[in-house]
Design a protein around this ligand. Structure first.
Ligand SMILES: Cc1ncc(COP(=O)(O)O)c(C=O)c1O
Length: 280
């Protein structure tokens, strides 16, 4: 625990909310949240689910219809075929990151990640007794890890490369060609890549891509929090390689049983055109 740092932005948020409750007017620039609320059709679906008594556990891997809907979303938005069986619903990308690292890391395994990067990631690795290889990134490489930097930093006991595109905190993207080279580099060394795509779609131009276009043998993290404006509902997903489905499911069963049922019901409405047009 001595190595675990607080996630300072959440501490600041708590402080700001306290001041707000005391009547102060606060402009929130601290936490990564869309400044709009959840689209109306999603909220209605959540209320409807509660009224219909959908208050029990779902399977740990998530509501089958939601897993199917995400699979369809990959097909419709990115023309990529991802079977619903490989998609598990999680309590936000936070739950997904923990599942991925838990299933991949043994004590002393090394995980490469960009610095600056999402602050919680290193703490997840510390909790598992893993080692963090923080790679300094700067404007020359768009604040992202590249194949060139991997050549310098990859070691025999490096097990995982953790990427985020668009990244937090810099918001920069890894381009398609570089992503392909990176995935090949790690695959050749029998490592595993986790790509955090939580900010997918929050770009100034173009529709972007998913790393799932290039490989089935990677972990991809995503969430309803950001693009779908659902930070407080705590629902996200993970896409895992076929061989890992039952182990990741086993971990989910133990770690949190299942993601919130009303939130999963609400999330089913996120892919409806009227929801998407609400936040486009
Ligand atoms: C890069 C990144 N990954 C994961 C998360 C966790 O998001 P959530 O658990 O709300 O889906 C965040 C939250 O800000 C983030 O910025």
């Amino acid at each position: 625990m001595q190595k675990i740092q607080p996630f300072r932005v959440m501490a600041l948020l708590a402080e700001a909310k306290k001041l707000e409750a005391e009547g102060r007017s606060i402009v929130h620039l601290e936490v990564g949240e869309p400044d709009f609320i959840t689209p109306e059709p999603i909220i209605e679906a959540g209320i409807e689910a509660l009224k219909k008594g959908k208050t029990h556990y779902t399977p740990s891997a998530g509501k089958p219809a939601l897993r199917e809907a995400i699979s369809q979303y990959y097909q419709d938005s990115f023309n990529v075929n991802v079977s619903a069986n490989r998609i598990l619903i999680t309590p936000g990308a936070s739950g997904a990151l923990q599942l991925a690292l838990n299933v991949l890391i043994n004590p002393d395994d090394k995980v490469i990640m960009a610095d600056p990067g999402y602050p919680c990631n290193r703490n997840f690795v510390y909790l598992l007794g893993g080692k963090v290889q923080a790679v300094d990134v700067d404007a020359d490489t768009g604040f992202q890890i590249t194949v060139e930097s991997l050549k310098k930093h990859w070691r025999d006991d490096t097990r995982v490369l953790l990427l985020a595109t668009p990244s937090n905190p810099t918001g920069t993207l890894i381009d398609r060609k570089e992503m392909k080279f990176i995935l090949e580099f790690v695959e050749e060394r029998n490592g595993m890549v986790i790509v955090d795509e939580i900010y997918q779609g929050l770009t100034y131009s173009g529709t972007g891509f998913t790393a799932l276009e290039m490989s089935d043998n990677i972990f991809v993290i995503n969430s309803f929090s950001k693009y779908f404006g659902m930070t407080g509902w705590r629902v996200g997903w993970i896409v895992v390689p076929d061989d890992y489905v039952s182990d990741v499911d086993k971990l989910a069963q133990n770690l949190y049983l299942a993601a919130s049922t009303p939130s999963q019901e609400a999330a089913l409405s996120a892919f409806k055109p009227e929801s998407i047009s609400d936040f486009k």
